[in-house]
Ligand binder design. Structure first.
Ligand code: GAL
Length: 461
Protein backbone atom coordinates (compact mmCIF):
# COMPACT_ATOMS: atom_id res chain seq x y z
CA UNK A 1 0.00 0.00 0.00
CA UNK A 2 1.38 3.43 -0.95
CA UNK A 3 0.72 5.77 1.91
CA UNK A 4 2.09 8.97 0.48
CA UNK A 5 -0.70 10.69 -1.43
CA UNK A 6 -0.08 11.14 -5.13
CA UNK A 7 -2.95 13.60 -5.42
CA UNK A 8 -0.82 16.40 -3.94
CA UNK A 9 2.80 17.53 -3.94
CA UNK A 10 3.58 16.38 -7.48
CA UNK A 11 5.10 19.79 -8.27
CA UNK A 12 7.03 21.95 -5.78
CA UNK A 13 4.73 23.51 -3.19
CA UNK A 14 4.15 27.27 -3.38
CA UNK A 15 3.01 29.36 -0.47
CA UNK A 16 3.92 31.22 2.71
CA UNK A 17 5.42 29.91 5.95
CA UNK A 18 5.12 31.88 9.20
CA UNK A 19 8.51 31.09 10.76
CA UNK A 20 10.79 33.85 9.45
CA UNK A 21 8.01 36.41 9.47
CA UNK A 22 6.46 35.77 12.90
CA UNK A 23 8.64 33.36 14.86
CA UNK A 24 6.83 32.48 18.14
CA UNK A 25 6.03 35.93 19.44
CA UNK A 26 3.84 37.08 16.59
CA UNK A 27 2.20 33.94 15.28
CA UNK A 28 -1.56 33.91 15.93
CA UNK A 29 -4.78 33.19 14.09
CA UNK A 30 -5.07 36.95 13.40
CA UNK A 31 -1.54 37.32 11.97
CA UNK A 32 -1.92 34.15 9.89
CA UNK A 33 -5.22 35.23 8.39
CA UNK A 34 -3.83 38.74 7.84
CA UNK A 35 -0.93 37.22 5.90
CA UNK A 36 -3.41 35.10 3.96
CA UNK A 37 -5.35 38.21 2.95
CA UNK A 38 -2.12 39.95 1.91
CA UNK A 39 -1.22 36.89 -0.16
CA UNK A 40 -4.47 37.39 -2.06
CA UNK A 41 -4.31 41.19 -2.35
CA UNK A 42 -0.70 41.22 -3.58
CA UNK A 43 -1.56 38.84 -6.44
CA UNK A 44 0.74 36.15 -5.01
CA UNK A 45 -2.11 33.69 -4.46
CA UNK A 46 -3.12 34.14 -8.10
CA UNK A 47 0.49 33.46 -9.10
CA UNK A 48 0.26 30.07 -7.34
CA UNK A 49 1.24 30.71 -3.69
CA UNK A 50 -1.68 28.94 -2.02
CA UNK A 51 -0.27 27.10 0.99
CA UNK A 52 -0.36 29.09 4.23
CA UNK A 53 1.86 27.10 6.56
CA UNK A 54 1.62 27.76 10.28
CA UNK A 55 5.06 26.85 11.65
CA UNK A 56 6.17 26.29 15.24
CA UNK A 57 4.37 27.79 18.27
CA UNK A 58 0.75 27.24 17.32
CA UNK A 59 0.44 24.45 19.93
CA UNK A 60 0.66 24.26 23.72
CA UNK A 61 3.65 23.16 25.75
CA UNK A 62 1.78 20.07 26.95
CA UNK A 63 -0.42 17.52 25.28
CA UNK A 64 -4.05 17.31 26.38
CA UNK A 65 -4.70 15.36 29.53
CA UNK A 66 -6.75 12.79 27.61
CA UNK A 67 -5.98 9.13 27.01
CA UNK A 68 -4.77 9.87 23.49
CA UNK A 69 -2.33 12.70 24.16
CA UNK A 70 -4.00 15.08 21.71
CA UNK A 71 -2.34 18.28 20.55
CA UNK A 72 -3.88 21.47 21.92
CA UNK A 73 -3.89 24.86 20.20
CA UNK A 74 -2.07 27.54 22.21
CA UNK A 75 -3.72 30.76 23.43
CA UNK A 76 -2.62 32.62 20.29
CA UNK A 77 -5.10 30.44 18.37
CA UNK A 78 -8.14 30.89 20.61
CA UNK A 79 -10.66 29.68 18.03
CA UNK A 80 -8.72 26.42 17.52
CA UNK A 81 -7.01 25.09 14.42
CA UNK A 82 -10.10 23.88 12.56
CA UNK A 83 -11.20 27.52 12.43
CA UNK A 84 -7.90 28.54 10.77
CA UNK A 85 -8.34 25.73 8.24
CA UNK A 86 -11.91 26.78 7.47
CA UNK A 87 -10.97 30.44 7.06
CA UNK A 88 -8.08 29.57 4.73
CA UNK A 89 -10.23 27.24 2.66
CA UNK A 90 -12.94 29.89 2.47
CA UNK A 91 -10.30 32.12 0.87
CA UNK A 92 -9.47 29.32 -1.58
CA UNK A 93 -6.08 28.82 0.09
CA UNK A 94 -4.54 25.69 1.59
CA UNK A 95 -3.75 25.01 5.23
CA UNK A 96 -0.29 23.92 6.37
CA UNK A 97 0.71 23.01 9.91
CA UNK A 98 3.94 22.13 11.73
CA UNK A 99 4.68 19.23 14.10
CA UNK A 100 7.76 17.35 15.29
CA UNK A 101 8.82 13.70 15.39
CA UNK A 102 10.48 14.15 18.78
CA UNK A 103 9.26 14.77 22.31
CA UNK A 104 9.11 18.51 21.69
CA UNK A 105 9.12 20.89 18.75
CA UNK A 106 12.22 23.02 18.24
CA UNK A 107 10.59 25.85 20.16
CA UNK A 108 9.73 23.48 23.01
CA UNK A 109 6.04 22.79 22.29
CA UNK A 110 4.63 19.27 22.63
CA UNK A 111 5.98 16.83 20.05
CA UNK A 112 4.23 13.96 18.26
CA UNK A 113 6.49 11.10 19.28
CA UNK A 114 4.39 8.03 20.09
CA UNK A 115 1.17 9.92 19.31
CA UNK A 116 1.42 9.92 15.55
CA UNK A 117 -1.95 8.24 14.89
CA UNK A 118 -3.90 10.59 17.09
CA UNK A 119 -2.15 13.68 15.80
CA UNK A 120 -2.58 12.68 12.16
CA UNK A 121 -6.25 12.18 12.86
CA UNK A 122 -6.46 15.67 14.39
CA UNK A 123 -4.68 17.19 11.38
CA UNK A 124 -7.18 15.51 9.06
CA UNK A 125 -10.12 16.69 11.16
CA UNK A 126 -8.80 20.25 11.09
CA UNK A 127 -8.55 20.21 7.30
CA UNK A 128 -4.75 20.27 7.15
CA UNK A 129 -3.38 20.09 3.58
CA UNK A 130 0.36 20.23 4.32
CA UNK A 131 2.38 18.95 7.26
CA UNK A 132 5.92 20.14 7.96
CA UNK A 133 7.39 17.51 10.26
CA UNK A 134 10.48 18.63 12.15
CA UNK A 135 13.23 16.68 13.93
CA UNK A 136 13.99 18.39 17.24
CA UNK A 137 14.22 16.48 20.53
CA UNK A 138 14.05 13.21 18.66
CA UNK A 139 16.05 10.40 20.29
CA UNK A 140 16.51 8.82 16.85
CA UNK A 141 19.44 10.90 15.64
CA UNK A 142 20.65 8.58 12.96
CA UNK A 143 19.26 7.77 9.54
CA UNK A 144 17.58 4.45 10.25
CA UNK A 145 15.71 5.66 13.30
CA UNK A 146 14.86 9.00 11.75
CA UNK A 147 13.38 7.32 8.68
CA UNK A 148 11.29 5.05 10.92
CA UNK A 149 9.92 8.10 12.74
CA UNK A 150 9.03 9.80 9.47
CA UNK A 151 7.38 6.66 8.17
CA UNK A 152 5.19 6.42 11.27
CA UNK A 153 3.73 9.88 10.61
CA UNK A 154 3.55 9.34 6.85
CA UNK A 155 1.59 6.11 7.39
CA UNK A 156 -0.66 7.67 9.99
CA UNK A 157 -1.47 10.53 7.61
CA UNK A 158 -2.06 8.07 4.75
CA UNK A 159 -4.51 6.10 6.85
CA UNK A 160 -6.65 9.16 7.54
CA UNK A 161 -7.55 9.17 3.85
CA UNK A 162 -6.88 12.92 3.56
CA UNK A 163 -4.46 14.08 0.87
CA UNK A 164 -1.78 15.82 2.88
CA UNK A 165 1.48 17.07 1.43
CA UNK A 166 4.10 15.61 3.78
CA UNK A 167 7.25 17.67 4.15
CA UNK A 168 10.17 16.26 6.14
CA UNK A 169 12.36 18.74 7.98
CA UNK A 170 15.48 16.92 9.17
CA UNK A 171 18.06 19.40 7.80
CA UNK A 172 20.20 16.67 6.25
CA UNK A 173 21.22 15.85 2.69
CA UNK A 174 20.70 12.14 3.24
CA UNK A 175 16.92 12.51 3.40
CA UNK A 176 17.15 13.02 -0.35
CA UNK A 177 18.77 9.65 -0.99
CA UNK A 178 17.39 7.19 1.52
CA UNK A 179 13.76 6.50 0.79
CA UNK A 180 11.92 7.41 -2.42
CA UNK A 181 8.41 7.52 -0.98
CA UNK A 182 9.14 8.98 2.41
CA UNK A 183 7.86 12.51 1.88
CA UNK A 184 6.88 14.90 -0.89
CA UNK A 185 9.79 17.12 0.05
CA UNK A 186 12.72 16.93 2.43
CA UNK A 187 14.87 19.68 3.88
CA UNK A 188 18.45 18.98 2.85
CA UNK A 189 20.34 21.64 4.81
CA UNK A 190 20.31 24.02 7.74
CA UNK A 191 17.89 26.92 8.16
CA UNK A 192 18.44 29.39 5.37
CA UNK A 193 18.67 32.81 6.91
CA UNK A 194 21.61 34.50 5.23
CA UNK A 195 23.29 34.50 1.82
CA UNK A 196 25.99 32.05 2.97
CA UNK A 197 23.20 29.56 3.77
CA UNK A 198 21.77 30.07 0.29
CA UNK A 199 25.22 29.15 -1.04
CA UNK A 200 25.57 26.11 1.25
CA UNK A 201 22.06 24.79 0.54
CA UNK A 202 22.61 25.18 -3.21
CA UNK A 203 26.04 23.52 -3.11
CA UNK A 204 24.51 20.62 -1.14
CA UNK A 205 21.59 20.39 -3.53
CA UNK A 206 23.95 20.38 -6.50
CA UNK A 207 24.78 16.70 -5.92
CA UNK A 208 21.24 15.66 -5.07
CA UNK A 209 19.57 16.45 -8.39
CA UNK A 210 19.29 12.80 -9.43
CA UNK A 211 17.14 12.06 -6.38
CA UNK A 212 14.48 14.68 -7.12
CA UNK A 213 11.48 13.92 -9.30
CA UNK A 214 7.72 14.49 -9.53
CA UNK A 215 6.32 14.16 -6.02
CA UNK A 216 9.76 14.15 -4.34
CA UNK A 217 11.63 17.42 -4.04
CA UNK A 218 14.74 18.58 -2.27
CA UNK A 219 13.91 21.49 -0.01
CA UNK A 220 16.67 24.05 0.61
CA UNK A 221 14.32 26.02 2.94
CA UNK A 222 12.38 29.23 2.55
CA UNK A 223 12.66 32.23 0.26
CA UNK A 224 14.01 35.12 2.28
CA UNK A 225 12.78 38.25 0.55
CA UNK A 226 14.34 41.64 1.20
CA UNK A 227 12.05 43.06 3.88
CA UNK A 228 14.07 44.24 6.91
CA UNK A 229 10.98 43.57 9.03
CA UNK A 230 11.42 39.77 8.73
CA UNK A 231 13.70 37.92 11.17
CA UNK A 232 15.92 37.02 8.20
CA UNK A 233 16.26 38.74 4.84
CA UNK A 234 18.67 39.40 1.95
CA UNK A 235 19.64 42.40 -0.15
CA UNK A 236 17.13 42.93 -2.99
CA UNK A 237 19.61 41.66 -5.60
CA UNK A 238 20.43 38.53 -3.62
CA UNK A 239 16.76 37.85 -2.89
CA UNK A 240 16.10 37.87 -6.64
CA UNK A 241 19.11 35.61 -7.20
CA UNK A 242 17.79 33.21 -4.54
CA UNK A 243 14.42 33.06 -6.30
CA UNK A 244 16.04 32.21 -9.62
CA UNK A 245 18.15 29.52 -7.91
CA UNK A 246 15.12 27.98 -6.21
CA UNK A 247 13.40 28.14 -9.60
CA UNK A 248 16.10 26.12 -11.39
CA UNK A 249 16.53 23.74 -8.44
CA UNK A 250 12.83 22.83 -8.66
CA UNK A 251 12.60 23.68 -4.97
CA UNK A 252 9.44 24.43 -2.99
CA UNK A 253 8.70 28.16 -3.25
CA UNK A 254 7.74 29.02 0.31
CA UNK A 255 7.89 32.68 1.20
CA UNK A 256 9.44 33.30 4.60
CA UNK A 257 8.53 36.96 4.52
CA UNK A 258 5.10 38.24 5.54
CA UNK A 259 3.28 38.98 2.26
CA UNK A 260 2.02 42.09 4.01
CA UNK A 261 5.59 43.48 4.24
CA UNK A 262 6.64 42.74 0.67
CA UNK A 263 8.04 45.64 -1.30
CA UNK A 264 6.93 46.15 -4.89
CA UNK A 265 10.37 44.80 -5.86
CA UNK A 266 9.78 41.56 -3.91
CA UNK A 267 6.28 41.17 -5.35
CA UNK A 268 7.75 41.52 -8.84
CA UNK A 269 10.44 38.96 -7.95
CA UNK A 270 7.99 36.37 -6.67
CA UNK A 271 5.28 36.83 -9.28
CA UNK A 272 7.72 36.40 -12.19
CA UNK A 273 5.57 33.97 -14.16
CA UNK A 274 8.40 32.86 -16.40
CA UNK A 275 10.58 31.74 -13.50
CA UNK A 276 7.58 30.15 -11.77
CA UNK A 277 6.94 28.23 -15.01
CA UNK A 278 10.53 26.91 -14.92
CA UNK A 279 10.08 25.82 -11.31
CA UNK A 280 6.66 24.26 -11.94
CA UNK A 281 7.51 22.64 -15.28
CA UNK A 282 5.61 19.31 -15.40
CA UNK A 283 8.77 17.32 -16.16
CA UNK A 284 9.87 18.32 -12.64
CA UNK A 285 13.57 17.59 -13.10
CA UNK A 286 15.98 19.41 -10.81
CA UNK A 287 18.56 21.65 -12.49
CA UNK A 288 22.19 20.50 -12.57
CA UNK A 289 25.48 22.40 -12.57
CA UNK A 290 27.02 22.44 -16.06
CA UNK A 291 29.86 24.88 -15.36
CA UNK A 292 31.52 25.82 -12.10
CA UNK A 293 34.58 27.57 -10.76
CA UNK A 294 33.59 26.72 -7.19
CA UNK A 295 35.80 24.54 -4.97
CA UNK A 296 34.77 20.96 -4.21
CA UNK A 297 31.93 20.70 -1.77
CA UNK A 298 31.96 18.38 1.23
CA UNK A 299 28.52 17.38 2.49
CA UNK A 300 27.92 18.14 6.16
CA UNK A 301 25.62 16.34 8.56
CA UNK A 302 23.53 18.89 10.42
CA UNK A 303 22.12 18.26 13.87
CA UNK A 304 19.42 20.30 15.50
CA UNK A 305 21.90 21.17 18.24
CA UNK A 306 24.31 22.70 15.76
CA UNK A 307 24.18 26.41 16.50
CA UNK A 308 24.44 27.27 12.81
CA UNK A 309 21.50 25.11 11.84
CA UNK A 310 19.38 27.28 14.10
CA UNK A 311 17.94 30.58 12.98
CA UNK A 312 20.44 33.38 13.64
CA UNK A 313 18.39 34.94 16.45
CA UNK A 314 17.93 31.60 18.24
CA UNK A 315 21.68 31.00 17.87
CA UNK A 316 22.39 34.39 19.47
CA UNK A 317 20.08 33.49 22.39
CA UNK A 318 21.89 30.17 22.86
CA UNK A 319 25.27 31.85 22.81
CA UNK A 320 24.09 34.39 25.38
CA UNK A 321 22.70 31.58 27.52
CA UNK A 322 26.00 29.70 27.41
CA UNK A 323 27.98 32.83 28.21
CA UNK A 324 25.72 33.48 31.20
CA UNK A 325 26.22 29.88 32.27
CA UNK A 326 29.97 30.36 31.96
CA UNK A 327 29.82 33.48 34.10
CA UNK A 328 27.81 31.64 36.76
CA UNK A 329 30.27 28.74 36.69
CA UNK A 330 33.27 31.03 37.02
CA UNK A 331 31.67 32.84 39.94
CA UNK A 332 30.82 29.62 41.69
CA UNK A 333 34.37 28.46 41.07
CA UNK A 334 35.46 30.54 44.03
CA UNK A 335 33.02 28.53 46.14
CA UNK A 336 34.25 25.26 44.71
CA UNK A 337 37.81 26.40 45.30
CA UNK A 338 37.33 25.79 49.00
CA UNK A 339 36.85 22.11 48.21
CA UNK A 340 39.73 19.68 47.64
CA UNK A 341 42.09 20.52 44.76
CA UNK A 342 41.18 17.52 42.60
CA UNK A 343 37.54 18.59 42.48
CA UNK A 344 38.49 22.05 41.20
CA UNK A 345 40.58 20.49 38.46
CA UNK A 346 37.88 18.13 37.29
CA UNK A 347 35.18 20.84 37.28
CA UNK A 348 37.50 23.13 35.30
CA UNK A 349 38.21 20.31 32.87
CA UNK A 350 34.51 19.61 32.29
CA UNK A 351 33.79 23.31 31.79
CA UNK A 352 36.71 23.74 29.45
CA UNK A 353 35.59 20.72 27.38
CA UNK A 354 32.03 22.06 27.08
CA UNK A 355 33.15 25.45 25.85
CA UNK A 356 35.89 24.13 23.59
CA UNK A 357 33.29 21.74 22.11
CA UNK A 358 30.84 24.57 21.56
CA UNK A 359 33.51 26.72 19.91
CA UNK A 360 34.48 23.77 17.68
CA UNK A 361 30.86 23.18 16.63
CA UNK A 362 30.41 26.89 15.91
CA UNK A 363 33.49 26.88 13.75
CA UNK A 364 32.60 23.65 11.90
CA UNK A 365 29.06 24.69 11.05
CA UNK A 366 29.73 28.33 10.24
CA UNK A 367 28.36 28.74 6.71
CA UNK A 368 31.01 29.49 4.12
CA UNK A 369 30.79 31.53 0.96
CA UNK A 370 33.16 31.43 -2.00
CA UNK A 371 33.71 34.03 -4.70
CA UNK A 372 33.02 31.59 -7.52
CA UNK A 373 30.63 31.34 -10.47
CA UNK A 374 28.36 28.62 -11.85
CA UNK A 375 25.94 27.83 -14.63
CA UNK A 376 22.95 25.61 -13.84
CA UNK A 377 20.72 23.98 -16.47
CA UNK A 378 17.25 22.52 -16.21
CA UNK A 379 15.50 20.62 -19.01
CA UNK A 380 11.95 21.78 -19.66
CA UNK A 381 9.03 19.91 -21.12
CA UNK A 382 8.43 19.37 -24.83
CA UNK A 383 9.45 22.33 -26.97
CA UNK A 384 10.15 24.70 -24.08
CA UNK A 385 13.88 24.00 -24.28
CA UNK A 386 16.30 24.44 -21.40
CA UNK A 387 16.51 26.98 -18.58
CA UNK A 388 20.02 28.29 -17.87
CA UNK A 389 21.00 30.12 -14.70
CA UNK A 390 24.23 32.10 -14.46
CA UNK A 391 25.28 32.82 -10.89
CA UNK A 392 28.11 34.69 -9.25
CA UNK A 393 28.19 33.87 -5.53
CA UNK A 394 30.38 36.68 -4.27
CA UNK A 395 33.11 39.10 -5.27
CA UNK A 396 33.24 41.87 -7.88
CA UNK A 397 31.04 42.16 -10.96
CA UNK A 398 31.97 39.62 -13.59
CA UNK A 399 31.07 37.97 -16.89
CA UNK A 400 30.12 34.30 -16.74
CA UNK A 401 30.34 32.27 -19.94
CA UNK A 402 28.73 28.97 -20.82
CA UNK A 403 31.05 27.60 -23.54
CA UNK A 404 30.44 24.72 -25.94
CA UNK A 405 31.05 22.02 -23.30
CA UNK A 406 28.71 23.78 -20.92
CA UNK A 407 26.00 24.18 -23.59
CA UNK A 408 26.43 20.55 -24.57
CA UNK A 409 26.02 19.38 -20.96
CA UNK A 410 22.95 21.59 -20.74
CA UNK A 411 21.41 19.42 -23.48
CA UNK A 412 21.87 21.76 -26.47
CA UNK A 413 23.06 20.31 -29.75
CA UNK A 414 25.82 21.08 -32.21
CA UNK A 415 24.55 22.36 -35.56
CA UNK A 416 21.44 23.97 -34.11
CA UNK A 417 20.32 27.56 -33.73
CA UNK A 418 18.39 28.63 -30.64
CA UNK A 419 16.46 31.65 -29.41
CA UNK A 420 17.35 33.02 -26.00
CA UNK A 421 14.86 34.66 -23.66
CA UNK A 422 15.86 36.70 -20.62
CA UNK A 423 13.41 35.50 -17.96
CA UNK A 424 14.05 38.37 -15.56
CA UNK A 425 13.50 41.17 -18.07
CA UNK A 426 10.98 39.26 -20.19
CA UNK A 427 12.65 39.94 -23.54
CA UNK A 428 14.08 37.75 -26.28
CA UNK A 429 17.75 38.50 -26.98
CA UNK A 430 18.37 39.99 -30.43
CA UNK A 431 21.09 37.56 -31.45
CA UNK A 432 20.28 33.85 -31.78
CA UNK A 433 22.53 31.31 -30.09
CA UNK A 434 24.10 29.41 -32.99
CA UNK A 435 25.95 26.28 -31.92
CA UNK A 436 27.74 25.72 -35.20
CA UNK A 437 31.29 25.62 -33.99
CA UNK A 438 32.87 24.12 -30.88
CA UNK A 439 35.32 26.98 -30.39
CA UNK A 440 33.08 29.97 -30.86
CA UNK A 441 29.70 28.85 -29.51
CA UNK A 442 28.93 30.30 -26.10
CA UNK A 443 26.42 32.28 -24.08
CA UNK A 444 27.53 34.89 -21.52
CA UNK A 445 25.87 36.90 -18.79
CA UNK A 446 27.21 39.89 -16.97
CA UNK A 447 26.62 39.70 -13.23
CA UNK A 448 26.83 42.40 -10.56
CA UNK A 449 29.05 42.28 -7.46
CA UNK A 450 28.11 40.59 -4.15
CA UNK A 451 25.89 37.75 -5.35
CA UNK A 452 23.80 37.92 -8.48
CA UNK A 453 22.06 35.54 -10.89
CA UNK A 454 20.52 35.78 -14.37
CA UNK A 455 18.14 33.29 -15.89
CA UNK A 456 17.53 32.52 -19.56
CA UNK A 457 15.42 30.07 -21.49
CA UNK A 458 17.07 28.64 -24.59
CA UNK A 459 14.66 27.11 -27.09
CA UNK A 460 14.00 26.40 -30.74
CA UNK A 461 11.35 28.71 -32.10
C1 GAL B 1 13.67 24.42 12.74
C2 GAL B 1 13.26 24.45 11.27
C3 GAL B 1 12.72 25.81 10.96
C4 GAL B 1 11.54 26.12 11.85
C5 GAL B 1 11.96 25.97 13.31
C6 GAL B 1 10.78 26.12 14.25
O1 GAL B 1 14.10 23.16 13.05
O2 GAL B 1 14.37 24.15 10.49
O3 GAL B 1 12.35 25.88 9.60
O4 GAL B 1 10.50 25.25 11.55
O5 GAL B 1 12.53 24.71 13.55
O6 GAL B 1 11.14 25.96 15.57
Amino acid sequence: MVLLSSAVGQLPAMGFNTWNAFRCDNVSSASVLGAADALIESGLARAGYRYVNVDDCWSSLALADDMEGSLVAADNFPEGMAYVGEELHRRDLLFGLYADRGFRTCAGRAGSRGREKRHAQQFAEWGVDYLKYDSCYAPNFFRKGAIKDYKRMRNALGKTGRDVLFSACGWNWWYAVVEPKLAHSARIAADCDEWANVYEASRTNEVLGAFARRGKFNDPDMLLGSSPRAAAYLSPQRSRAQFALWGIMTAPLLLGVNPYDLSQYDIETYTNEEIIAVNQDPVARQGVVVFSTCPDWKLKDYWWCSPWSMPADVRRDWTKMLLTLAAICLLSRSLIARRPRLRVRSVSFVLFSIFAGYAGVLQYYKPTLHACTQVWAKPLSEDRGVALLFVSWDGPSTNVTCDFDCLYHAGLSLGESYSVRDLQNHVDLDAPLDIFDKTYSSLSASLSADGDAKMFRVFQP
